[in-house]
Design a protein around this ligand. Structure first.
Ligand code: ADP
Ligand code: MG
Length: 344
């Protein structure tokens, strides 16, 4: 829903954006769930919640459905990787979570902010305080005529942070990013990796709840990419900041606790990883892939499974004591017109 549709809908007053000064953090508050019948409110269900999120772009007379009913739940303190083919909707999702674009339908709530229903002031405050954004293009993250330190101080300046506090925080952040000696350089004097590390420091300047990074290492060589990724991990572990990172790098996605695969504008599967110790005392990582079940019970079968059994249009389900079986529709494939009486 766009800002426009939100205005014409007869919504009860929420009393949380009106008149609040920029920078105000809004506590989660109960509000009606629209578009989704018979479900619990989203607020309080994690730091980031997307429910049946839809984004349609209109290009001339064509409609491009970039997100088609995407669900996502991220808990505070998580470090999550988003993966998926080009065009699957990852950047669209990141732009909505970043408050840069609005959903066409469905809901997205981040730290109590309903992203489809924010006024201009709340949106500005949200972008400045609640999230930090790191783009793939190094040139997009930093202002070229400011030094690294000035770039880090700028978001604080816009937020009215005192000079001494700005200097203190910028020194701390540049130090954390291994840039203590580089703060006086402009971006064109920094390497690609240094620029992205500066970009992370900028994103952290106003102590956001979430860092969103859209292929932040996409333009870096693999060694530099891993340095940048290690810094993101330390930001997550040491500062407790929730991170959502879009990546194509399989090595990166193997290091996070949860990888979410997006396919055709939906979350299609999740891979969870945990460390375990085997009988010989060796540490290793166990990773398990799950299909995603949405709030009304829909799930997307992996394409390989569908193709292996030639599943098409409908399947038979059988509830077993501890699992559900899915059978091909033999009646269709057999096409003998008779009532099917034998289950496989
Ligand atoms: P990804 O980041 O996974 O590669 P995107 O979110 O950029 O995917 O794109 C998803 C789909 O939406 C694609 O089909 C893309 O062409 C389309 N799309 C993205 N942004 C726009 C836009 N601003 N206008 C029109 N179509 C867009
Ligand atoms: Mg993209």
């Amino acid at each position: 829903m766009t800002d426009d549709t939100a205005e014409i809908e007869d919504l009860p007053a929420r009393g949380r954006s009106a008149g609040a000064p920029p920078g105000t953090r809004f506590a989660p508050s109960p509000s009606p769930v629209r578009d989704v019948p018979a479900a619990a409110p989203l607020e309080g269900r994690g730091l980031i919640t997307c429910d049946n999120l839809v984004k349609i772009y209109k290009v001339a007379d064509l409609e491009v459905v970039a997100l088609q009913g995407l669900d996502l739940l991220v808990e505070p303190g998580e470090f999550v990787a988003l993966v998926g083919a080009s065009g699957s909707g990852k950047s669209t999702l990141m732009n909505i979570l970043g408050g840069l674009d609005v959903p066409s339908a469905g809901r997205a709530v981040v730290a109590g902010h309903d992203l489809g229903d924010m006024g201009r002031r709340e949106r500005t405050a949200y972008r400045r305080d609640v999230i930090g954004f790191v783009w793939q293009q190094t040139g997009r993250n930093l202002l070229g005529y400011l030094t690294a330190r000035q770039n880090v101080e700028l978001p604080m300046l816009l937020n009215g942070v005192s000079r001494s506090e700005r200097e203190r925080r910028a020194t701390d952040l540049l130090g954390r990013m291994g840039l203590a000696e580089r703060g006086d350089h402009r971006p064109d004097r920094l390497s690609g990796g240094e620029q992205q590390r500066t970009a992370i420091a900028v994103a952290l300047a106003n102590r956001p709840a979430v860092i969103l990074a859209d292929e932040p290492t996409g333009e870096l060589d693999s060694v530099t990419a891993h340095e940048v990724f290690d810094l993101l991990r330390s930001v997550n572990q040491e500062l407790g900041i929730t991170i959502v990172v879009v990546t194509h790098d399989p090595l990166v996605s193997e290091q996070v606790s949860r990888t979410i695969a997006i396919r055709d504008g939906r979350t299609s599967s999740e891979t969870l990883r945990r460390r375990a110790i085997n009988a010989e005392g060796d540490h290793h990582v166990i990773s398990e892939e799950y299909a995603v079940l949405d709030r009304v019970g829909r799930l997307q079968l992996p394409r390989a499974h569908v193709e292996a059994l030639g599943l098409d249009r409908r399947v038979r389900l059988a509830l077993e004591p501890d699992h559900i079986s899915v059978w091909p529709d033999r009646e269709r494939s057999g096409d003998d017109g008779r009532e099917q009486d034998s289950q496989p």
